[in-house]
Design a protein around this ligand. Structure first.
Ligand SMILES: *Cc1c(COP(=O)(O)O)cnc(C)c1O
Length: 477
């Protein structure tokens, strides 16, 4: 290791502890229940203080992704929708039929947006595009993978299921592999960073239950060749999942606005399931997503039922039992209040800001944008340590995402970056950060050594241990 990469992972942990400790010094820590309850106003004031400390960064557009809308009037509206429904639990449909109304309409509106009308599957028939509301993108993805596993076991006697997943697909597919005992075959990306179709074809076996593509993937934002991939699946009677968690509420509007959007949704006959996150560009509060299927049969393999429990006949559509109906209510309120025109307008503003940012980065000689993305802009540096540049940006208040393979950094453009001056500030700060790292090549940085190490260290177990340790830290008082 060179002089400037001597920093140990523990150092970052120390820094994290220091940040959390400042909260410990400022606010009371509870390691057990207080003997008597605290004053409500006092509690709310304390929470308000924490929120005020945290909100400037995301509100002023310093964060990649994270808060996708963030307009105060929109937030206030969602909060009211939540408050009205805060006791609602979709598990008890007799008490809250409104929850069923909201969720069935969220699913239908999302399905129509993603090509259900032109899917060749007639609405009102068992073949129609259908789905459920889940708690987030990861749950949507895991639910779909579980459904394919159980479908293949039941229909084809497949007890050794395999899924074919590009390396750029979301970590939730690996999670599904671990949780549900599905072997995952990682497919490389081609020179253009999009899933390699030939490698996918080669990886197909008799045990393949599903092929995955993303529109777009989280890392570089470059939409996979969904049409070709889904045709491979269709020709063999295999499932195909388009992960549109990130792009589901952007791409349909981008297409209408005239941007070059390759086909990715249910208009492709090979696409048998999709995930789309209402809590990202759907502008709902955090905690909702939609998983969609071509046909009721596949959805049935997602459902849980038991008929022998002393607690009664029990069924639930997703992983949770009781669920926050208020989040579905707020999600429905977001969708209905924004409407097609609202989503279209938001998308136009985001893509315009993204184009400005893309151009600005491309004009910095030391940085190179990866591919020609629409709104998730990844960039690398052929000559400098990109993670050090990321650290310098962090010093300037930015929260960008550090990525691997190749070493790069990205910004997911949201409505926060459409505010006047934000794109310009990003470019100015990037220029200043490049200049700083150039002038101070031995700067240690905060995360650069860790990212650098994780990118090169062959023993992945050490890094996994480090991550477990890191999570333990979250729960240490
Ligand atoms: C955000 C995201 C997901 C899942 O995210 P959650 O954090 O679980 O909501 C899945 N796929 C892609 C491409 C994403 O960007």
């Amino acid at each position: 290791m060179t002089q400037d990469t001597k920093k140990k992972p523990d150092d970052a942990d120390e820094e994290r502890k220091a940040t959390i400790k400042s909260y410990r010094q400022r606010f009371q820590t509870y390691d057990r229940l207080p003997e008597t309850g605290r004053d409500r106003e006092d509690i709310l004031a304390e929470m308000q203080e924490m929120a005020s400390l945290e909100e400037a960064r995301w509100r002023e557009g310093y964060a990649s992704g994270s808060v996708y809308n963030g307009d105060q009037e929109h937030i206030d509206f969602l909060n009211r929708a939540y408050a009205i429904n805060s006791q609602s639990n979709p598990l008890h449909t007799d008490l809250w039929p409104s929850a069923i109304k909201f969720e069935s309409e969220i699913v239908s509106m999302t399905a129509k947006m993603l090509g259900a009308d032109k899917s060749g599957a007639e609405a009102g028939t068992p073949e129609e595009i259908c789905g459920v509301v889940s708690s987030g993108g990861s749950e949507s993805i895991q639910l779909a993978m579980k459904s394919y596993r159980d479908y293949a076991r039941d229909k084809k006697g497949n007890t050794e299921p395999e899924m074919i997943v590009p390396i750029t697909a979301h970590a939730a597919f690996d999670k599904a592999s671990q949780y549900f005992g599905i072997k995952i075959l990682h497919i490389p990306v081609a020179d253009d960073y999009r899933a390699d179709v030939a490698a996918t074809e080669k990886a197909i076996t008799d045990n393949t239950i599903v092929i995955v593509g993303s529109a777009p993937p989280f890392p570089h934002g470059l939409i996979d060749p969904i049409e070709e991939l889904s045709e491979l699946a269709r020709a063999r009677g295999i499932g195909f999942h388009t992960d549109a968690c990130l792009g589901g509420f952007v791409l349909p509007w981008a297409e209408k606005l005239g941007y070059d959007v390759p086909p990715f949704d249910f208009r492709l006959p090979g696409v048998t399931s999709m995930s789309a996150d209402t809590h990202k560009f759907g502008y709902a509060a955090k905690g909702t997503s939609v998983v969609l299927y071509r046909g009721h049969e596949l959805r049935h393999y997602q459902y849980f039922t038991t008929t022998e429990w002393p607690g009664g006949l029990y069924c639930s559509p997703s992983f949770a039992g009781s669920r926050p109906g208020a989040l579905s209510a707020a999600c429905w309120a977001a969708m209905v209040s924004i409407g097609e025109q609202g989503y279209m307008d938001a998308t136009r503003r985001i893509l315009e800001a993204a184009a400005k940012i893309k151009k600005g980065i491309a004009e910095i000689p030391e940085l190179q944008v990866i591919g020609d993305p629409l709104f998730v802009i990844a960039f690398e540096s052929k000559e400098m340590d990109i993670y050090k540049i990321m650290d310098a940006m962090t010093e300037r208040g930015w929260s960008l995402n550090g990525l691997y393979k190749p070493a790069c950094v990205h910004l997911c453009t949201t409505l926060r970056h459409t505010q006047p001056g934000v794109a310009e500030r990003l470019i100015e700060d990037l220029k200043a950060s490049v200049a700083y790292v150039k002038a101070n090549p031995s700067t240690q940085g905060r995360l650069a050594p860790i990212y650098g190490m994780a990118n090169t260290l062959p023993d992945r177990g050490v890094i996994a241990d480090m991550l477990r340790n890191y999570m333990d830290g979250w729960y240490r008082l």
